[in-house]
Every structure is written in structure tokens, then in C-alpha cells.
Design a protein around this ligand. Structure first.
Ligand code: FE
Length: 138
């Protein structure tokens, strides 16, 4: 993976909460139905908590019932990186921030149309910036 931005471990340790650090840097997962952004309905952009890259739009957020914030598209395909993850005895597609390599969550193929995708993302990997809905994929 080509990481464009290398943020020092020390800076991240200082800036992030222990949970945010664990999830983004050690591929952790927050318990379902606990994330601050799960039921977040405001219009705006979800950015990487580590580097601020614009990752998801409220216009693509949907209630998947999974317990994690879910999106049917990333804001721009080039802003996320997908990598095969065979940990924990499962084969899944891991989603990472393309700019800094932060772990975001996983993407599954049981999402709603038109994409059929479900980006299952940890709240702890995201920050929210209120504003107009953007749709980088159209
Ligand atoms: Fe990032």
C-alpha cells in the first residue's frame, strides 16, 4: 500500500484516545452499538481521525443494523484502500485510509443498491465535519 502521509506514532499516541489509537493503528474493532457516530444523522463529511482525509459522506450513510456506522460508498474511491484480511479465521476486505494507512473497518458485499456494498466503519476511526453533503462519486 502506498501511504502518502506518515504520521509519527508519538504524535498519534498523544492526539488520539486509547480506543482511537487501538482501532486505527492496531486494526481493532469497537464494540457494536457503542460508537459516537452510529446514529449520527447530520449532513457533512466523515474524515479520518488520524490525518483528516475526507472519507465518507452523510449522503451515503445508512442504517445497516450491524451496530457500526455504515456507508454504501466512500466519498472518493481513491481515498480508501481495500486489503484482503484473513485474520480471526475469516476472510474479509479491510478498509484503510489511503492517505495515512489508518484502519477504518471492513467492506462487505451485502449492502444496498446501487452499489451493493456495505462499508462497516468504526466510529473511532472518524471525525465529523458538518457541512453540505458531498458526493464525490457522481
Ligand atoms: Fe488517514
Amino acid at each position: 500500500m502506498a501511504i502518502k502521509k506518515d504520521i509519527s506514532n508519538k504524535v498519534l499516541r498523544e492526539r488520539l484516545t486509547p480506543e482511537q489509537y487501538h482501532i486505527t493503528q492496531e486494526a481493532g474493532t469497537e464494540p457494536p452499538f457503542t460508537g459516537a457516530l452510529l446514529n449520527h444523522k447530520a449532513d457533512g463529511i466523515f474524515v479520518c481521525v488520524c490525518c483528516g482525509s475526507e472519507l465518507f459522506s452523510s449522503g451515503h450513510k445508512f442504517d445497516s443494523g450491524s451496530g457500526w456506522p455504515s456507508f454504501w460508498l466512500p466519498l472518493a474511491g481513491e481515498n480508501v484502500e481495500v486489503r484482503r484480511d484473513s485474520g480471526y479465521g475469516m476472510v474479509r476486505d479491510e478498509v484503510l485510509c489511503a492517505q495515512c494507512g489508518a484502519h477504518l473497518g471492513h467492506v462487505f458485499t451485502d449492502g444496498p443498491q446501487p452499489s451493493g456494498l456495505r462499508y462497516c466503519i468504526n466510529s473511532a476511526s472518524l471525525d465529523f465535519e458538518q457541512g453540505d453533503i458531498k458526493d464525490g462519486n457522481k
